[in-house]
Design a protein around this ligand. Structure first.
Ligand code: ADP
Ligand code: MG
Length: 381
């Protein structure tokens, strides 16, 4: 979790921040091997020591939350009052100063394991497949080698990309997880043909046997908990990012996926983890609570550290998904860094699924495509 560690009391400061500054802070913090919380705390201490600062643009600032060492939020609030600044301006100045003091290092300090992202939420129809596919496309467009795994037996992802599901009786992710496969898993992959992806976007299609995953795995006597990790391990060396499009339930399969994206030794905070598409409505909050509980239970039982990368507020259903300010703020209270992106309900998204064309190919200039690119850039940091 990206919550404060138990041994150090922290308090949450809620303050608006522009998406640009948030993204820059996250990327730069990662480049310096820091998490965003510590970078923000360091930014504020620089700011407190610098009596005057230039005004920074804050248009478009959105609700954002950060955990600071105890007393930090109060101290910051008082100092803003003393300087006659809004908190939005104070935080923007602090982060701008920190970014200037911490340029991008020439080289990454540590070489990182393959980035693993589970796009998860047990609610159906919230946009998991849409987001998983969109960020995978955007990352491939950026030049990364991406493996997109259809980890939902329903095979929506596979169909929407106009890929044939794996034939019955052939090797599949499940046969590999069960140790019953004959050929290398790479033989089951399909590369998307579109030029913009440069042959870098590969899909592991769904197969019908995935409906049996939980029952078949339940019977496995040995190695069940690591079945997914073992199955994907032979592919990891060929990719920068592996993205799992999660199923709409909280069964065993999702537990294995949570285990797969857990932080590995030497891996930076928020390098891998769970990305959660949600709606801005009450039932999404309830759903998140359950997912959060499962993540915690998993961590407690296994000792794994699982990073929650943030929410993507998806306003797909215009009746239910109206992005109200209060829900939006609510998501920011639940985890940090809270909301990473907001997707509007737009015709392009629906057309892309109906026509079975990748969104970035169908509507490369659309606002949705741009949101996917910005999100991909942030996650790829
Ligand atoms: N922001 C959006 N704009 C337009 N259509 C969307 C948007 N988000 C999702 N959709 C469409 O809504 C349907 C459900 O989304 P999907 O990604 O399949 O949800 P999930 O994987 O969580 O079940 C799909 O047809 C998808 O293309
Ligand atoms: Mg789906």
């Amino acid at each position: 979790m990206t919550h404060p560690s138990a041994d150090e009391p922290r308090e949450k400061l809620l303050v608006n921040l522009t998406p640009e500054l948030r993204r820059d802070l996250r990327i730069r913090a990662a480049e310096h091997g820091l998490n965003m919380q510590d970078a923000a705390a360091s930014a504020l201490s620089i700011w407190h020591d610098t009596p005057t600062a230039e005004e920074v643009p804050t248009r478009g600032a959105k609700s954002w939350g950060v955990f600071l060492p105890a007393g930090g939020p109060d101290r910051f609030t008082r100092e803003c009052e003393a300087r006659g600044l809004t908190k939005v301006q104070g935080m923007a100045q602090a982060i701008t100063q920190w970014l200037a003091a911490h340029p991008s290092p020439d080289q990454r300090l540590v070489s990182q394991p393959v980035k693993r992202i589970l796009v998860g939420n047990q609610k159906g129809g919230v946009g998991k497949t849409f987001v998983a596919s969109g960020i995978a496309q955007a990352m491939a467009e950026m030049g990364l080698n991406v493996l997109l795994v259809d980890y939902d037996a329903q095979g929506h992802l596979t169909r929407r990309l106009q890929i044939a599901g794996l034939p019955e009786g052939s090797d599949s992710l499940l046969t590999h997880m069960l140790g019953e496969a004959d050929k290398h898993l790479a033989r089951s992959l399909v590369a998307l043909p579109h030029e913009r992806f440069g042959g870098r976007l590969h899909v592991l299609p769904a197969s019908k046997d995935a409906f049996l995953m939980d029952t078949r795995l339940a019977l496995l006597q040995v190695g069940r908990d690591t079945a997914l990790t073992r199955a994907l391990a032979p592919l990891e060396g060929s990719y920068d990012v592996i993205i799992l499009d999660g199923p709409p339930n909280l069964g065993l399969a999702i537990d294995l996926a949570i285990g797969y994206v857990q932080r590995r030794p030497g891996e930076l905070i928020d390098h891998s983890g769970i990305l959660m598409p949600v709606w801005s409505d009450r039932s999404s909050f309830d759903a998140y609570e359950m997912l959060n509980e499962q993540i915690h239970a998993h961590s407690k039982m296994t000792g794994a550290v699982v990073d929650q990368l943030g929410f993507v507020v998806n306003a797909y259903d215009s009746r239910k998904g109206v992005v109200t300010r209060s829900f939006y703020d609510g998501w920011n209270q639940l985890t940090t860094p809270g909301v990473l992106a907001t997707l509007k309900d737009a015709i392009e998204g629906r057309e892309a699924s109906d026509y079975q064309v990748p969104l970035l190919e169908h509507a490369p200039e659309s606002q949705q495509a741009e949101v996917m690119r910005a999100l991909a850039k942030e996650l790829a940091a």
